[in-house]
Design a protein around this ligand. Sequence first.
Ligand SMILES: *[C@@H]1O[C@H](CO)[C@@H](O)[C@H](O)[C@H]1NC(C)=O
Ligand SMILES: *[C@@H]1O[C@H](CO)[C@@H](O)[C@H](O)[C@H]1NC(C)=O
Ligand SMILES: *[C@@H]1O[C@H](CO)[C@@H](O)[C@H](O)[C@H]1NC(C)=O
Ligand SMILES: *[C@@H]1O[C@H](CO)[C@@H](O)[C@H](O)[C@H]1NC(C)=O
Ligand SMILES: *[C@@H]1O[C@H](CO)[C@@H](O)[C@H](O)[C@H]1NC(C)=O
Length: 339
Amino acid sequence: MRLAALLLVGFLHLTSAQERDPFSWLHPMAALQADNTGGDCPAECDCPPTFPIAMYCDSRGLKQMPYIPSRMKYVYLQHNQITSVSNDAFGNATNLVWVMLHENHIGTVGKNAFANLAKLDRLYLSGNNLTEVPASLPRTLRDLRLNHNKIAKVQSSAFEGMDNLTILLLNDNAINDMSGALKGLKSLTLLDISNNQLKKVPEGLPGMLHQLYLGFNAIDAIPDNFLNRFSNLQYVRFSHNELTDKGIPANTFNVSGLVELDLSFNKLERIPPVSTSLEHLYLQANQIKEFTLGSFCSVVDVMNFSKLKVLRLEGNEISRSDIPSESSMCLRLASDIAL
Ligand SMILES: *[C@@H]1O[C@H](CO)[C@@H](O)[C@H](O)[C@H]1NC(C)=O
Ligand SMILES: *[C@@H]1O[C@H](CO)[C@@H](O)[C@H](O)[C@H]1NC(C)=O
Ligand SMILES: *[C@@H]1O[C@H](CO)[C@@H](O)[C@H](O)[C@H]1NC(C)=O
Ligand SMILES: *[C@@H]1O[C@H](CO)[C@@H](O)[C@H](O)[C@H]1NC(C)=O
Ligand SMILES: *[C@@H]1O[C@H](CO)[C@@H](O)[C@H](O)[C@H]1NC(C)=O
């Protein structure tokens, strides 16, 4: 059905276009293009006449960047085998707002490849072969995805001046040093650096963060007053690290505002004190030896009960008989404590 309709539309365009271009039968897709300002759509891509500022070149086995007409704002180049992005890859296409280059084989990026894209808002480079953050990324970016690459070190100036950057994905790389590159990202709300090789919590984490994911690293300690520097932080994940009781200063997690805290798969022997406002707490696969009710609620004020809904404790050294009976008052919303 759809194919037949497409063919029919193609045929109608072809017959009228043939009057102007006698060779249009040689390149029927190009004949479909209504708006050719800034150059023709490359034969290997689709540029729908109804949406002349978008170019679709995804999943076509491309090994090189295609020509990009200057009118384009959105280009979809994901799922190809592109290996490099040269300095002139975007040519005159300086109006680009979204560039989708995820799931390619990109290992080399020209020093100025992205430098002239003064309106770039989203750049997806996930699932490539990058060993460093590309140089001269536009300061206008709001959503930058560099996850699933081979980045080891992040240069301190990598994200400088990105005042509007809101989402930054760096997970699944080989990062062992963030060199303070996160300083000054005053709009950043989501930061994912999980599954890297960090030994320390990165310095200069932005104060507006809402979600902070640091799981699957080798972090053994959390700095003093760590959570007090964030005003909106709700989701914190530290699972699969090397955290011990000694590495967690008293009351680190007893701050209001947190909704979810994941400390699973670490080396904790005690339940750290958490705020009564916390709703999800993951502590499975640690070495916890006692159930301390005082970590959840004040023992003097039974009316100030915990808002915990999910509490996971399986894979520790405690059993159900270690949970005191008073916990039914304190943990009245946690319908199921996993042990
Ligand atoms: C870019 O635009 C300039 C001036 O309009 C033109 O001379 C040049 O050929 C264009 N380059 C490309 C790659 O289209
Ligand atoms: C990725 O880069 C490495 C060198 O850093 C190279 O050996 C490998 O062939 C590249 N892989 C792809 C898929 O391009
Ligand atoms: C951030 O966004 C504001 C409002 O859209 C804009 O005026 C400003 O130039 C942007 N900053 C950067 C660095 O792009
Ligand atoms: C958590 O902090 C509050 C003050 O904000 C304090 O009253 C309470 O005792 C602390 N809870 C624990 C378990 O230390
Ligand atoms: C309840 O206890 C928490 C600390 O666990 C404290 O920060 C909060 O002010 C208390 N709320 C009330 C209403 O007493």
